[in-house]
Every structure is written in C-alpha cells, then in structure tokens.
Design a protein around this ligand. Sequence first.
Ligand code: ZN
Ligand code: ZN
Length: 298
Amino acid sequence: MMPMPHRFLTSLAVHHRGQIYLFDAGEGCQITLKKAKLGIKPLRVVAVSHLHGDHCLGLPGLLMMRAQVPDPGPLTILGPPGIERFVSDLHELLRFFINYSLSFVEWHEESPEIPYEDELVRIRWGPVRHTALCLGYRLEEHPRPGRFSRESAEALGIPSGPLRGKLQAGESVKLEDGITVSPHQVVGPTRAGRHICYAVDTRPDDIVRRLCQDVDVAFLDGMFLPEHSAEAEEKFHMTVEEAACIASVAGVRRAVLVHISPRYGEEDLEKLAVAASRRFEKAEIGRDLRRYPVPYRE
Ligand SMILES: [Zn+2]
Ligand SMILES: [Zn+2]
C-alpha cells in the first residue's frame, strides 16, 4: 500500500500516562506524529507488524527524528524476524546518529506470549495470516488497585494519612490500640486495566480473535468492501464485514477499521462504514489523526 496525499499509512500511537507505544511505522509516520503533537521523546516502543514497506519504511526517519532531542531514553522495537537486520543495516549504511539505546525483540516460534512489559503496560503478540509473517498485537494496561473505602476506614478508626496510604498499597497496618487491619478490609477488588488490539494485514483468524477478545478498542484491518471479498482473500486482508464479525464474536467494545484500500476515496468511506456496522454496530472506519479515548469500564 502507498501513502496517499489525503490518507496516511496505517499506524497507531497509544498515548498512556505520558508514554507512547507505536504500532507500525509506515513511510512518513514521523510527519503524522508531529501533526498529532504527541512528541517523540515519550516514544518507548515501536511494535512492527511485518516487513512490508507500508509498515516499516518510516522507521529510519522516526529513529533519526528521535535523536534530535537530548537524552530521549531507551527504545524497544518489537517485530518479525529480520526487523533488527533491517534497522541495523540501514543504520550502518546511512550512518545516522542515535543518542539512545535501541533494543530489539524478534518473534520466533518459541517466543513468549508477552515480549514486552514495563511498569504501565504489557504487550502480547501472535502471528496472524498474511502473505508475509505478520504479527498482531494486544496492549494491556496493568490492573488497577481496588477502590479505597473511606467509610470502612472511618468505621475501623483508621486516621487519615500514611496508614491509609499503606493499606492502599497493599500493606497491613497496626493501629494505636493494637488492632491490625489488612488491606482487603478497606480496599475493594483489583480493577481490570484497559486493553487494545492492533491487527492489520491478515485474514480472519483464531489468533486475531484471541488477541482482540474482550478488548476496549480493536484496530483491525478493514481493507475492502464486501463486494471485493475475492481480492481480500487473495491478498490476505479482510473486508470490513469480516473485521466487524471478528470484533462482534470476540466481544470487542469498539472496533476501528483501518488499512483502507487506496482505491476507496473519501466518498466511499461511508459505504465501508455502513457495511461494517451491519455486522457490528460499534464498528467504524478509522480516520487519520483522530483520537480514540479509552474510558474505564466502570
Ligand atoms: Zn502486508
Ligand atoms: Zn499493509
């Protein structure tokens, strides 16, 4: 797929607590990042689906741009076998400057299901069904601590201040009268974090369904209209109907269909949206630079 004057290539930037987790870096993706005003320093991870140009040719420019800020911190690149060679060969040939540490995790048959985890999120991956080895991803925010019950704390006579903080952090505390209070007496059950799936350039498949099971938002390949399903099959992509079906079966809360074929102009997007929502009413067509807030479930 080629970048179009009116539509950029598919990338997803997840902005979470000041950090950015980027999925795919097609040609010119540093321009979109600039337009989105997300900054380049907070970029922590680039997860590349596969080594087709429309998903990875933006990497060199992105890496160069990141070296323009002082001390940007380490960057991890996840991707299929060959992603490290792709970047290091370009780095060596073009001799561009990098002022941060760059680490790679390449998928292989025995890869752990979770290739990346930090204090905020973890990322799962799995090979989907495309003409090249292609990875689908799922980003999971860590579960949040339970809700602190002020009423229970008052009833137990726990004074405001550090004791309450310790309980919320999961520690038992001893009150002045010698009574021990454990966290479960004042803190509710752990609350689930938010989950996002990113799976493009694939046929409908069990791994895609698993990666988007019950997620809050799934960004899925919806390259073709249902009437072009033969082409979707032949090129290993999905029609918007197929993507919407997967989202519906997997219990996705909201589906955003992306990687739209360049053959469809602005005027066709409504047609694509209608075809998708016939199968799943919470399905829509993704738009460049649009922000998709992900609210907590409660
Ligand atoms: Zn591809
Ligand atoms: Zn593609």
